[in-house]
Design a protein around this ligand. Structure first.
Ligand code: PEP
Ligand code: MN
Length: 269
């Protein structure tokens, strides 16, 4: 067995994160990497507008979903190929690497042609054919924790990706489902620490999907960094009331800028 795979199931270990490289961006190298952008790519103009705002604020990676795994079939499902093109073009203009979600094994090759990081969403953490398929690529993969998965199951899912030879895995805690109804999910900070201790992968946090409301996002983001997260994934929208997906939890560009400033200060300390 590949020693990197075996290490995933070992008991507690000291921090021994092996960084993941995305061009000049190093995830897990000590400086928190901030990935940000709208939940979904909605148009060329929207992507460029919000892309410019997050780049200006100091984001390292631009996000935008082109294939959206929505709870309801009547919700906006994403622009597909057109969305991939807008995301890639915006990243190119701004000089930022991009990340986008892939939801089906048959799309992995196509999505991989447009993105620097493949995102596996919470709903797909248990989609083993999809995990195996991204594991056969040479692209870094961001693996979100399933909303009802234990840390053990999350790390076991990462093993599926690594089994294909792809060890460039970034774990992402995005909150789990509990009985509480005031937040969209419950942010599990212990999971960030445990995943760091029990694996060699960088671990980042997505406070946007955990909180579900923008007021909490900066607090959770700072808590994640204090707990040792290697970065953040933040949803940002300048016209949240017009957003086609997750507008209710998006940070304004102004609040995002302030958050980036605080995170950078925290790391200096
Ligand atoms: C997203 O990042 O927009 C997303 C769908 O997140 P999650 O898979 O965590 O729900
Ligand atoms: Mn979203």
């Amino acid at each position: 067995m590949n020693p990197d795979i075996q290490s995933q199931t070992s008991p507690m270990k000291q921090n021994r994160t092996i960084p993941v490289y995305v061009g000049h961006t190093i995830i897990g190298g000590g400086r928190p990497v901030i990935m940000a952008g709208p939940c979904a790519v909605e148009s060329k103009e929207q992507m460029l507008r919000i892309g410019r705002a997050v780049a200006d604020a100091g984001a390292d990676v631009l996000r935008g979903g082109a294939y959206k795994p929505r709870t309801s079939i009547s919700s906006f499902q994403g622009l597909g190929l057109e969305g991939l093109e807008y995301l890639r073009d915006t990243g190119g203009i701004l000089g930022l690497p991009v990340i986008t979600e892939v939801i089906s094994p048959v799309d992995v090759e196509l999505v991989g042609r447009f993105t620097d990081i493949l995102q596996i969403g919470s709903r797909n953490m248990h989609n083993y054919p999809l995990l195996l398929e991204v594991g056969r690529t040479t692209k870094p993969v961001l693996l979100k924790r399933g909303y009802a998965a234990t840390v053990e199951e999350w790390l076991a899912a990462a093993d599926y990706i690594a089994a294909g030879g792809n060890n460039q895995i970034i774990l992402c805690e995005r909150g789990i489902r509990t009985f509480t109804s005031q937040t969209r999910n419950t942010f599990d900070i212990s999971a960030i620490c445990l995943a760091k201790m029990q694996s060699t992968f960088p671990v980042i946090a997505d406070p946007s999907h955990a909180a579900g409301i923008p007021e909490l996002v900066p607090h959770l983001a700072r808590a994640a960094i204090a707990a040792g997260a290697d970065g953040l994934l933040i949803e940002v929208h300048d016209r949240p009331e017009e957003a086609l997906c997750d507008g209710q939890q998006a940070l304004s560009p102004q609040v995002f800028r302030e958050l980036v400033r605080t995170v950078r200060k925290m790391t200096e300390v």
